[in-house]
Design a protein around this ligand. Structure first.
Ligand code: SF4
Length: 405
């Protein structure tokens, strides 16, 4: 078994230390030692963080005078394990981030992750002093009454949202948020947390209903300037776009009158096949449907759906596939859930039945203990690498970004 894996931990001031004499345990649904080939040196853009009120678990027991450390991965990587720790009474809820196992090897921080996609568009971004602000102000001034433009300017500035910034950078995939309401109540929703959740949502959900003209003007502007550009309804700052399928269909029609290039995509929870059909009739070309599980109980425990079930989501996936759209699943992955043998069997059953072009393995941003409490710990975890191999064995592309081809 591995011996050169050492403990990376924090003191109460969140300063980071290494202790190569201690080997930290990992949590893959069951607590275990990490496999050496599950580790990679921490890539550029990794953010290490303290886990307040939590003590790291090692092969020799709980480190009661040290705080556990986790890492947040940059885009393009899939998490394989979460850190193992013991929570102290009164410890605060962890904010919505993708906590990844981290340790030290040869005096260098390593993480349990795999590179699963590459795209120039998703590399970490750095703007000069006032550079982004100037870009936003100039564009908003060119279309001052466009409420969607003001929204994506805010998302670019305050949340660092890449697809919102792309509207102003005129590159890649551009954001078109459209819906203030949602028909799910995900326990890890990033745009709206319930008052009694005990933690803030990372983003503020839009509060108004954008109109087709505003949406279309942004889409047309983008496609005029980005030949193989993507415009995407369904963003982190909104609820469920299918609740506004009439407005989406209208804006697609307006865009397609003006521009025939690029891709019109929809990110959705797939809850309403009928509404999706309306968007497809209007010219939708690609869809990315989000789910955390292919099993009804685990899906319902996380999404807490209102008026629909996982069967409706499967019906939307089938519809989009049969209508010839480019179909991606946005699989919200979590070690110990995504790689449980039962979960993989349910996934394989769907992939055998419906053509899917890509599964985006998105690291689910949530307090691991909170998630396991909601969906349950695994019976037989096979490991995240095995889960990704199973997807590839079904001839389905694994990735993290919506590509134009
Ligand atoms: S489907 Fe999206 S917007 Fe709706 S609750 Fe879930 S994460 Fe939030």
């Amino acid at each position: 078994m591995t011996t050169d894996v050492g403990l990376a931990y924090c003191d109460a001031k969140a300063r980071i230390y290494f202790d190569e004499e201690r080997e930290p345990l990992a949590d893959g649904g069951v607590e275990r030692r990490v496999e050496r080939d599950e580790l990679i040196p921490a890539p550029r853009g990794v953010v290490p963080t303290i886990l307040p009120g939590r003590r790291p678990l090692t092969t020799t027991g709980t480190e009661s005078r040290r705080f556990a450390l986790a890492a947040m991965l940059p885009a393009g990587y899939t998490r394989l394990l979460v850190p193992a720790y013991r929570k102290e009474p009164g410890a605060p809820a962890l904010p919505l981030f993708g906590y990844t196992y981290a340790c030290v090897v040869d005096d260098e921080l390593h993480v349990a992750a795999m590179r699963t996609d590459e795209s120039e568009d998703w590399q970490p971004r750095y703007f000069g002093e006032g550079e982004l602000e100037a870009l936003l102000d100039r564009r908003v001034a060119s279309d001052p009454h466009n409420s969607v433009l003001r929204q994506v300017a805010k998302c670019s500035r305050e949340y660092g949202c890449f697809t919102a910034q792309n509207v102003f950078l005129e590159r890649g995939e551009a954001a078109l948020p459209v819906s203030p309401k949602c028909n799910a109540r995900c326990i890890g929703c990033i745009s709206e947390q319930e008052p009694d959740a005990g933690l803030p949502s990372p983003q503020e959900r839009i509060v108004y209903e954008p109109v087709a003209n505003d949406l279309a003007r942004i889409g047309i502007h983008h496609l005029e300037r980005v030949e193989d550009g993507i415009v995407s309804f369904g963003q982190g700052c909104e609820g469920e776009p299918l609740l506004r399928s009439i407005e989406i269909a209208r804006s697609i029609e307006l865009m397609r009158v003006a521009q025939s290039n690029g891709t019109i995509n929809l990110n959705t929870n797939g809850s309403m096949p009928g509404a999706l059909a309306r968007c497809i009739d209007a010219g939708l070309q690609a869809v990315r449907i989000s789910l955390n599980s292919f099993r009804p109980h685990a899906y319902a425990a996380y999404y807490r759906p209102i008026g629909y079930t996982l069967e409706d989501v499967f019906a939307s996936i089938r519809l989009a596939s049969e209508r010839g759209l480019r179909v991606s699943l946005n699989l919200l992955t979590h070690p110990g859930v995504t790689d449980d043998a039962e979960e993989i069997a349910a996934m394989e059953a769907l992939l055998r039945d419906i053509r899917i072009d890509m599964i985006q393995t998105r690291t689910l941003n949530i307090d691991p203990e909170w998630y396991f409490a909601a969906v349950g710990r695994p019976v037989h975890p096979l490991g995240m690498r095995a889960a990704l191999e199973k997807i590839r064995a079904m001839h389905v592309r694994v990735g993290n970004f919506t590509h134009t081809h």
